[in-house]
Design a protein around this ligand. Sequence first.
Ligand SMILES: [Zn+2]
Length: 260
Amino acid sequence: MLLGYLFLFVLGLVFGSFITALSWRIPREISFVKGRSVCPNCRNKISWYDNIPLLSYIILGGKCRNCKKQISLRYPLIEIATALGFIVIFYFANTFKGLTLQSVNDVFTLTFYLVIFLILLTIFIIDLGYQIIPDSLTFAGISVTFFYLLLTASNSIFNVVFSGFLAATFLLFVHLVTKGKGMGLGDVKFAVLGGMITGLKLMPAWLFLSFLTGAAVGIILILIGKAKMKTKIAFGPFLILGIALTLAFGNNIIRLIGLE
Ligand SMILES: [Zn+2]
C-alpha cells in the first residue's frame, strides 16, 4: 500500500507539471500539443532533464539554467498540490469506498476521480488568475462524468444529469437577476458539471457551501481592505472548493439539519 501511495505521489507530480503548463497555455490560447516548454524570460528551450517535476526546480535552486532568472513558484506549488490531491483522493477512496489498486474496476473508478480532480484543479487555477472558466475544460469534465456513469451502468444517470441542469438553472437565475455582476456564464455552464459530480441529493448543499465560502472570503477581503464592494471576485474557485467540502462533509450536513 505504501508503494501505491508513492506511485500516486510521483504520478501526481507528473500530471501537476502537465496542468501547470495547461493552465498557462489555455488562457493564452497556445496549443498544448505542440511546442516544447521555453523559459518565459530568455525563451531558451528547456531540456528534458531540467523539466523533471519538482526535482529540477530543487536541483536548479529555482533558477533558469540559462539566464538564472527566478522560476515562478507556481510550478512546484501546483505540482505538490496535485500530488497531495492524488494521495488524499486515494486515501478517501480506500478508507470509505474500499478501493484498492488491485482490481481493474477499482483502478478504473480511481482514474475517474483523479481525472475529474485534474480538470477541477486546472479550472480553479485559471479562474483564480484570469476570471474565466474555459468551456473546453467544463465540457471535458461533463463528458468524462457522463461516460463513466454510462460504462459503470449506473442507474442514477438520469438523476445525475437532472442535478446538473437544476444547478445550472439556479445559477442562470442568479446571473440574470444580478445582471451578470455576481455570476458569469462560465459559472452557469460549470454548474452542470458540479451538479453532476455532487448528485441530486448533495447538490443543494454544494451550492449553499459555495455561496457561504464565497461570501465569507468576500467579506474578509473587504474588511482587510483587499477588495471593495464592487471588486469582481471569481466564483469558480468557491464552486470547486464547495465540491470538495460537499463530497467530504455533505452527508453530515444533511443529517445535521435533519433532512435525512
Ligand atoms: Zn531563462
